[in-house]
Design a protein around this ligand. Sequence first.
Ligand SMILES: Nc1ncnc2c1ncn2[C@@H]1O[C@H](COP(=O)(O)OP(=O)(O)OP(=O)(O)O)[C@@H](O)[C@H]1O
Ligand SMILES: [Mg+2]
Length: 318
Amino acid sequence: MNAIECENLRRVYTSRSLLGQSRSTVALDALDLSVSRGQVFGILGPNGAGKTTAIRILATLLIPTSGQASVLGFDVVQQSNEVRKRIGLVLGGERGLYGRLSGRDNLRYFAALNQMNRGDARRRISELLELVGLTDQPKTLVEEYSRGMKQRLHLARGLLMDPEVLFLDEPTIGLDPVGAHEIRQMVPTLARGGTTVLLTTHYMFEADTLCDSIAIINKGRLAALGTPAEIKGRFSRIKITQITLKTPAPGLRDEIEALEDVQRVTEGTEDAMQQMVVHGPPDLDLNEFLQDKVPDGEIVSYLVRDPTLEEAYMSILN
Ligand SMILES: Nc1ncnc2c1ncn2[C@@H]1O[C@H](COP(=O)(O)OP(=O)(O)OP(=O)(O)O)[C@@H](O)[C@H]1O
Ligand SMILES: [Mg+2]
């Protein structure tokens, strides 16, 4: 049995303007997903693609318009109580924490809400504060926390009931590099302990290093699905050609971009040399073309490589 299954999932938001006109937005449109147990699964996609909507449905906070979703075999609509007992959710931001309480007292409060007995709660909370690195200032109120500290407390809250499935919506957004690194380091540890992690992120490097599988969604639909390596290879179907010229060749970039098959060309300069990065099909060979256009000796290097996840992402959404 998979940890998460979505089948034909659709969600339409309907809102009414002040003038009484109703407007509907299709946030998810026939989304299919399956995530096996113990996986770290990443959902990527542009702003408004439907990532948070998918997480909210899976975490039983939102009802789908149609289609089905289950977590650990329990239907998210029909068996939402069973789902809730087994999941943790980290949406981040300011909401959901009590500013006038310390971090420990926040967790105590949530433990009490979940009817955890006092001894267990004390032990679990100490363990979690240790895990997320919030033991230094036990008396500090959450309203005095930095964004990174709040995010770590959110994570501790998400882990309080020892969930089998953990949802992390942009867990490292707005964190400094050290704070983001610390959060990222916890994810593989959780997965090794058997927790299934579903996360969203806009940081391609983060997805590439953390995720066993990635789904790229766009306008509520699946655009690509696979391991990071599969996304870079099979799905993107591009190679990157990097060309360095001794002196800038005006207009050359546009000429390359105008070639059939070439998806995009970006350019930059380094040490007065011109560098071009060409996204094209795997069999693209620009050698002959460049020989025609560029004087002998001008080409410092010509290199073909696999795309990074970011480059693959851009080519898939192109
Ligand atoms: N409560 C709501 N009412 C109306 N429309 C909504 C609501 N929540 C989301 N939407 C719309 O649904 C679509 C998907 O939104 P969602 O928040 O799921 O995207 P996302 O992929 O999480 O984006 P981001 O990367 O910006 O977080 C967007 O077009 C958004 O404007
Ligand atoms: Mg979102």
